[in-house]
Design a protein around this ligand. Structure first.
Ligand code: 1GP
Length: 261
């Protein structure tokens, strides 16, 4: 039997193949009103972001989440992807869901329990599941705390690489290196580089990425998708912020190509 990829997964893979690396903004419906979320999404689509992720570690109100996604979908055609913290993070209005397992949690609920409870809703809502290994690195922020993670130390890239390889062998098709929203220090470039060497799955990197240079270095090291949340939610100039991030992703990738030549 051949695995049939869904529409959003095919789109992301094709876009990574064509453009090298992508930027995706993350919107937390607990922090951002629907109108503002839609405005950010329109600017992101125009600025070249590949999709919009919606979720946050403390999302408790699915109706608030639904309102945000409905409005975003009215305004943009790039895919909306749920980034669920729990069952409350599942909405029928999105295109896809990171069907994620927090592999370095100490609590089996975040590794497989919530997934078992949420699977039938994902099917019923027709959400496309994107199988994702979620790894908490360093500080871990609220995601690490809520998810009861045993964070991988910043200076132990080999542990992250082994998790990523094990996840690939288990059939997961994306790996997310998460330093935690608003983390003081993002995922180190050395860790991304080693994970890149170890797995062939697309690598998503997020948490604490505020400066375009930091984004560029992480794409150069091998990140395929860069996620930024806080900076875009808090900036007074969303357009400029999106432009800087999308541009730094491109620069990081073209430097990576030059290195290969
Ligand atoms: C958090 O990786 C994301 O889950 C984004 O983090 O809010 O720090 O950009 P920031």
């Amino acid at each position: 039997m051949v695995i049939k990829l869904g529409r959003v997964e095919k789109y992301l893979i094709k876009k990574i193949d064509e453009e090298g690396a992508l930027h995706i903004p993350l919107i937390d419906p607990e922090n951002v009103a629907p109108e503002k979320a839609a405005e950010i999404s329109v600017i992101a689509e125009r600025g070249g972001s590949a999709a919009v992720m919606i979720g946050g570690s403390t999302v408790a109100s699915t109706s608030k989440l639904n309102r945000v996604i409905k409005l975003i979908r009215e305004k943009v055609s790039i895919p909306t992807i749920l980034f669920p913290n729990n069952l409350s993070g599942i909405s029928p209005y999105a295109d896809a869901i990171w069907f994620m397992s927090l592999l370095n949690s100490l609590n089996p609920y975040y590794i497989i329990g919530a997934q078992v409870l949420g699977a039938s809703a994902v099917r019923e809502y027709g959400l496309e599941p994107l199988p994702l290994a979620y790894l908490i690195i360093g500080d871990g922020g609220a995601a690490g705390y809520i998810g009861q993670a045993q964070p991988i130390p910043y200076d132990k890239p080999e542990i992250a690489a082994l998790y990523a390889l094990a996840a690939q062998y288990l059939g997961m098709r994306f790996v997310y290196l998460e330093a935690g929203s608003g983390a003081k220090n993002p995922v180190p470039v050395e860790m991304i580089a080693l994970v890149r060497k170890t797995t062939s799955n697309p690598i998503i990197v997020g948490g604490g990425l505020r400066h375009p240079d930091a984004v560029e270095e992480r794409v150069y090291a091998g990140a395929d998708i860069i996620v930024t949340g806080t900076t875009i939610e808090e900036t007074m100039d969303v357009e400029k912020s999106i432009h800087l991030f999308v541009d730094s992703v491109k620069r990081g990738f073209s430097r990576r190509c030059e290195r290969r030549m």
